[in-house]
Design a protein around this ligand. Structure first.
Ligand code: NAD
Length: 484
């Protein structure tokens, strides 16, 4: 099967922070893959803009190295790389000084899509927005892409929204959450809203509970300084996990369109109940004989920052009343494993005599590894000996089910950047959504600060602190295994 690539209009994409880690690891390898897929019109340009005093050739070398190191074996030393690099240019600019900006202004062309990727620290967003206007580099049709973290609490997120709004309309602002660009996450919407099968069951009559897990094996590594001021709640829950929760829990939007989808997500966030302290478990990884502790890695021996969090959340509306949403994320866990599991209720009555095991249908949406969806169903164990029941998944691993087409699917960053060029905001967060998410997380974080809450230690390579297991055990439930 051949994948269908929808061409986009000719564009100029300026990457502020073009020499940075994110640009070299994710954005530029992703753009090269879109180039190879034939999605980058020949007249389009990618312009790196950063503080480093480089010429275009030196930046191209840097991009080549980035693609070789982070683009995977299929991109390394690719024959088409020189052609891609010819579409790249570089301007040295500092967001805080005047120099360089007239040169960037002179590079802008009329009648092409202009997009500006702010891949820099959020403290620079205001200065960049200001200069783009001052030098008439941005026009009415320009789009800006902003990275996380979008604020560190409600007040700072509001301030950031106000700053951007001074220069850009909401329909020009693309707040990126790369989880929304993942193939499986979009498939979650296709499964929910493209099949008649699930919607009648998608409520508190049939769903027992929902689990959302994002487990990483890595620690904080080089990001310790940033992470220690943030923690798992700000770094993962307020954005990625809450976005996943919204897509699972939202009402069907009237159309798959930015305004309609984002309205429904916002309603979910606003319906989240405040979380009592005993419904939250914070953890921090400890040292073992092979690996340092969180505190060692973060360089802060007195740190109380959480590298793990588990939350029992509830949504106060007709559809979900009484259904727990268990969210869990952490570093240095047993495996790299992200999954959303919709666990359906037990049968009201079993007709099979002697079958005392609990059989449950579970719809599992795996984000990584082996992206795919499976539905656990109860079937008869083959062979003689009467009706013995077993649970088996109906497997929809995309790589198996779709073969080449799945392998060619763009990764999250590529897809989202192409959506920016197309002007499609459906998979981006709106300003009011981000603020509502902070309004839910702020009181939780403030509670910890007031109580001087100390995270529970857990072993590297485990499933997190034992208390997190208890969060479900005490309600007769258990977490799904974290496994590779
Ligand atoms: P980085 O420190 O590696 O790079 C920062 C870039 O900003 C460099 O290109 C630098 O030249 C440029 N810069 C710094 N000061 C500047 C100034 N005054 N004017 C113009 N340019 C300036 O950072 P990064 O890891 O690439 O992260 C960039 C943004 O993306 C941050 O907001 C970060 O939170 C976010 N982010 C990064 C990752 C990641 O994996 N690295 C993931 C998610 C979000």
């Amino acid at each position: 099967m051949v994948s269908r690539v929808i061409p986009v209009d000719v564009f100029d994409l300026v990457i502020f922070g073009g020499t940075g880690d994110l640009a070299r690891r994710k954005i530029l390898p992703g753009l090269f893959r879109r180039f190879l897929a034939g999605q980058m019109p020949p007249d389009s340009r990618i312009i790196g803009a950063a503080r480093a005093d480089l010429d275009a050739d030196a930046w191209r070398d840097m991009v080549r190295e980035g693609i070789d190191s982070f683009g995977g074996p299929e991109l390394r030393g690719h024959d088409s790389l020189p052609a891609f690099l010819r579409q790249l240019d570089y301007v040295s600019v500092d967001a805080t000084v005047e120099e360089g900006w007239p040169k960037l202004a002179a590079l802008m062309r009329p009648d092409v899509v202009r997009a500006f990727y702010f891949s820099v620290a959020p403290g620079l967003f205001g200065a960049l927005a200001e200069r783009l206007h001052q030098h008439a580099i941005a026009d009415q049709g320009s789009r800006i892409v902003v990275e996380k973290p979008f604020g560190r609490d409600l007040d700072s997120a509001r301030a950031l929204n106000r700053t951007l709004a001074e220069h850009f309309r909401e329909d020009q602002i693309y707040r990126i959450d790369h989880y929304l660009g993942k193939e499986t996450v979009q498939n979650l919407m296709a499964v929910r809203f493209g099949n008649i099968l699930f919607e009648p069951l998608w409520n508190n009559h049939y769903v027992d509970h929902i689990q959302i897990t994002v487990a990483e094996t890595v620690g904080v590594e080089g990001r310790g300084g940033y992470y220690d001021k943030s923690g798992a709640m700000r770094d993962m829950v307020q954005n990625h996990l809450m976005q996943l929760l919204c897509l699972i829990a939202m009402e069907p939007p009237a159309q798959f369109e930015a305004g309609a989808v984002r309205d429904e997500k916002l309603k979910v966030i606003r319906a989240l109940k405040p979380v009592p302290a005993h419904h939250i478990v914070r953890g921090q990884y400890d040292a073992n004989h092979e690996a340092p502790s969180y505190r060692d890695e973060a360089g802060n021996p007195r740190s109380f920052t959480e590298s793990f969090i588990a939350i029992r959340a509830e949504i106060a509306n007709w559809r979900w009343s009484g259904v727990p949403f268990y969210l869990r994320t952490g570093k240095k866990l047993r495996a790299r494993h992200s999954e959303i599991a919709v666990v359906f209720k037990d049968l009201p009555h079993s007709i099979f005599e002697g079958d005392e095991r609990r059989h449950r249908n579970i719809l599992s949406i795996r984000l990584q590894p082996n992206e795919g969806i499976d539905l656990t169903v109860t079937i008869k164990e083959p062979g003689p000996g009467g009706m013995r029941l077993i649970d088996r998944p109906l497997d929809m691993t995309f790589a198996k089910a779709l073969g080449e087409e799945a392998a060619e699917a763009p990764d999250a960053y590529e897809r989202l950047i192409m959506d920016v060029i197309r002007g499609n905001q459906t998979l981006f967060m709106r300003g009011d959504e981000v603020e509502a998410a902070w309004a839910w997380t702020d009181p939780i974080i403030e509670g910890w600060e007031k109580r001087n809450d100390v995270p529970k230690l857990y072993d590297s390579g485990s499933s997190g602190p034992d208390d997190a297991l208890m969060l479900l055990h005490r309600e007769g439930r258990r977490w799904r295994d974290i496994r590779a």
